[in-house]
Design a protein around this ligand. Structure first.
Ligand SMILES: Cc1cc2nc3c(=O)[nH]c(=O)nc-3n(C[C@H](O)[C@H](O)[C@H](O)COP(=O)(O)O)c2cc1C
Length: 206
């Protein structure tokens, strides 16, 4: 007869990939969230575990650059807020997803605040930075905006992909949405959700 621990071990073996998404929109059930959910649904369909963070609903403080986190591989950020949950999940995950609406031509401050705090995954050794985070990961990005044309979302996606690479996360796909203004506009574009679901499936694959 199998016990609870065996069941947990079975589940851990079955769910070999965890996909963690950070939604940079402060809008409840907005377009970024809709596409992130489609992506995570695709990942779950492929057997992955998924976690979504909405930093706008969490207490995430600005990085204060005291550099305590750089002091060694186990050094931690000294700020006492909800970022600890995000660090733990990202460390565990095999795939990272960053999503944001375009605000004044760029990512939201909500997402940038989280990105700045990822600095705690670095350490300083002999005056050189090095990543204190182990392993290679896959990543994806989602960028939406109200305007027509993909030039700005492409630029923002390139920036987010550069951030991912700095953490040894290889971007394998992006979902860009334009002409999405109001909450719910993304739901009228099943093509975008389908693209997000496909990316989720790819992120979930070994
Ligand atoms: C403060 C603010 C700034 C914005 N700036 C831009 C912009 O520069 N370009 C654009 O196309 N849309 C802009 N938008 C529109 C949002 O990108 C658009 O409504 C998007 O669908 C919001 O995504 P969400 O529902 O995930 O929050 C802005 C919206 C806000 C609230």
């Amino acid at each position: 007869m199998k016990g609870e621990a065996d069941d947990n071990a079975d589940r851990a073996q079955e769910a070999e990939v965890e996909v963690v998404a950070i939604c940079g929109s402060p809008r409840e059930a907005g377009n970024t969230a809709t596409l992130i959910e489609a992506l995570l649904e695709g990942a779950r369909e492929s057997g992955a575990e998924t976690t979504r963070f909405d930093p706008a609903k969490m207490q995430i403080l600005d990085c204060i650059a005291d550099d305590e986190c750089l002091k060694g591989p186990d050094a931690k950020c000294i700020l006492d807020d909800d970022m600890g949950h995000i660090y733990d999940a990202l460390r565990r995950a095999e795939a990272w997803v960053l999503g944001t609406p375009v605000y004044h031509g760029h990512l939201t401050g909500t997402l940038k605040r989280v990105i700045d705090r990822l600095y705690a995954f670095y350490m300083s050794e002999g005056g050189q930075w090095r990543l204190a985070l182990e392993g290679e990961r896959k990543g994806g990005v989602i960028v939406v905006q109200a305007d027509r044309g993909l030039a700005t979302p492409e630029r923002v996606a390139e920036y987010l992909e550069e951030v991912l690479r700095a953490y040894n996360v290889e971007p394998i796909g992006r979902v860009l949405g334009c002409e999405l203004l109001k909450r719910g506009d993304a739901a009228a574009h099943p093509d975008m959700a389908a693209q997000a679901r496909d990316l989720g499936r790819e992120l979930a694959s070994e």
